[in-house]
Design a protein around this ligand. Sequence first.
Ligand code: SF4
Ligand code: SF4
Length: 164
Amino acid sequence: MQNILNNLPKLAAEKHKENKTFFTKLKKKPPKQLDYVMQELHEEEFQRTDCLQCANCCKTTGPLFTDKDIARISKHFRLKPQQFVEQFLRVDEDNDYVLQSVPCTFLGEDNYCSIYEVRPKACREFPHTDRKKFQQISNLTLKNVAICPAAYNIVKALKKRMSK
Ligand code: SF4
Ligand code: SF4
């Protein structure tokens, strides 16, 4: 897995232009069955991918924390939301709450998330490859393929599927 992760930014950079063109076309004319296709490709990929061998999302980028996330996680720690924010979060350039540092504080040596049951929504949904109207998050996906080997493979499989 480490080899794959080391090579991923280079692979993603090489495919960036091709992926960008592909998503521009996809956005213009999304196929009717796209939601269904994404669901299928996502499930197929995650049957093969063991996130516990990877955890690259938790190591290199962090989620956004919504107010609901903050309320839920601070309750878990028996902290006041403001105390949780002060201890773990900062406000980024888009005015969102994000982790003060990466790798995520809640990631264990064994790649397990210590707050798994109450983790942020963005962590639960990453890399967002099974979401509806997938074509609408193409800019995010173009970034995620350089972080997440599963997202890279799903986009590759989608391109292949759409070329048939
Ligand atoms: S979601 Fe992607 S980056 Fe995160 S652990 Fe799984 S394969 Fe790795
Ligand atoms: S909260 Fe858990 S799932 Fe989310 S980035 Fe941190 S370790 Fe990963």
